[in-house]
Ligand binder design. Structure first.
Ligand code: FEC
Length: 310
């Protein structure tokens, strides 16, 4: 008997492929409102500062390839898995990925986002677009909502934290471990949204396994809009702990992200490190997950479990 083919819609934020696509990308993030010249220049300068390239594109490609390979290796006797990309703000858009599955004759699919924590404003919007299109084209779609406490995810971060702590002088308790994630507008707090709690749960699980009590959580990369965003912001935290607690050793573990991209390579590696240098702090950050086999195992297991539970 031939095996059933399951489509796997792997959704990620998306990034431009070249500098001349930055305006279209930024306009999409701003829900069709083009950025001002100043806003566009400022974003282009950030991409230039990380080397004038867009690492998220290649990292997403590699993660998706690795996921498809492991799904088929682990479950070869039951299913044939085919992965499709669906990006939030770049091509192929989420809708393109779902339509391509339908064009290829896929009837049953699972979606997963390359971000571990659920918010109605993050994963929720990915899922909404995927489900609306799946319904239009007649695909039976199940979605993984979050995997923020998957044991292999925690293992992968614990390994990275331990490896980075070894770069500091003194014992690990002397280093302030700061977990970070992308901020969101504060109004999610009125929506009973799990995002904040899930961030704290992941942080707590990692810190416990590392065996340190010297840790805290901070938000990063908040948008420059009139509405309030979740705080405290990492830059304010660095100033505060240096001034008020004389902290001079910091390790940032960006648990809200799974690969190298602008928010890691600029917001942490340039912005936070510049500030740390001014403050006389030794600041390191943990390596991104990228195609770490443990992270690919998290994705594989989360997708397969969804089918099994059906
Ligand atoms: O490397 C790259 O090219 C892309 C890096 C990138 C990632 C990313 C992840 C998240 N974002 C989330 C929420 C928001 C909200 C707004 C917003 C705006 C931007 C802008 C850029 C950008 N984001 Fe992003 N985000 C990345 C890049 N993000 C560039 C526009 C300029 C700026 O504000 O800096 C505000 C939108 C609005 O104006 O209404 C909200 C969340 C994540 C993590 C989860 C995920 O990956 O989906 C949440 C990577």
């Amino acid at each position: 008997m031939s095996k059933e083919t399951i489509g796997v819609l792997v959704m990620s934020y998306g990034t431009p492929e070249s500098m001349d696509q930055v305006e279209e990308y930024y306009t999409h993030i701003r829900r069709g409102n083009p950025p001002t010249k100043e806003q566009l220049d400022e974003l282009e300068e950030r991409y230039e500062a990380i080397g004038g390239f867009f690492p998220l594109r290649q990292n997403t490609n590699r993660q998706v390839e690795a996921l498809q390979a492991l799904l088929n290796e682990d479950h070869a006797s039951e299913y044939n898995f085919v992965c499709y990309q669906g990006l939030k703000h770049a091509r192929p858009y989420i809708e393109d990925g779902v339509k391509q599955m339908a064009a290829d004759g896929i009837k049953r699919a699972v979606s997963i986002v390359l971000a571990p924590h659920y918010s109605v404003m993050s994963i929720g919007t990915y899922n909404k677009r995927a489900h609306e299109t799946a319904q239009e084209v007649g695909i039976d779609l199940l979605s993984v909502d979050s995997y923020h406490l998957h044991p292999a995810l925690i293992d992968a971060h614990v390994d990275r934290v331990n490896e980075s702590l070894a770069q500091f002088e003194g014992n690990k308790e002397s280093v302030r471990l700061i977990f970070t994630a992308h901020s969101l507008p504060e109004r999610i707090l009125e929506m009973n949204d799990p995002y904040v709690d899930q961030m704290h749960e992941t942080s707590n699980a990692i810190a416990k396994r590392v065996g340190t009590a010297n840790w805290q959580f901070a938000w990063q990369s908040a948008g420059q809009t009139a509405m309030p965003w979740l705080g405290p912001d990492i830059l304010d935290v660095l100033e505060k702990i240096n001034k008020e607690e004389q902290v001079d050793k910091v390790l940032i573990c960006p648990i809200g992200f799974v690969s190298d991209h602008l928010e890691i390579l600029y917001d942490i590696d340039i912005e936070c490190k510049d500030l740390a240098q001014k403050l006389g702090m030794h600041l390191e950050r943990t390596r991104s997950l990228n195609t770490d086999p443990q992270y690919i195992e998290v994705l594989t297991d989360s997708v397969y479990s969804k089918i099994e539970k059906e």
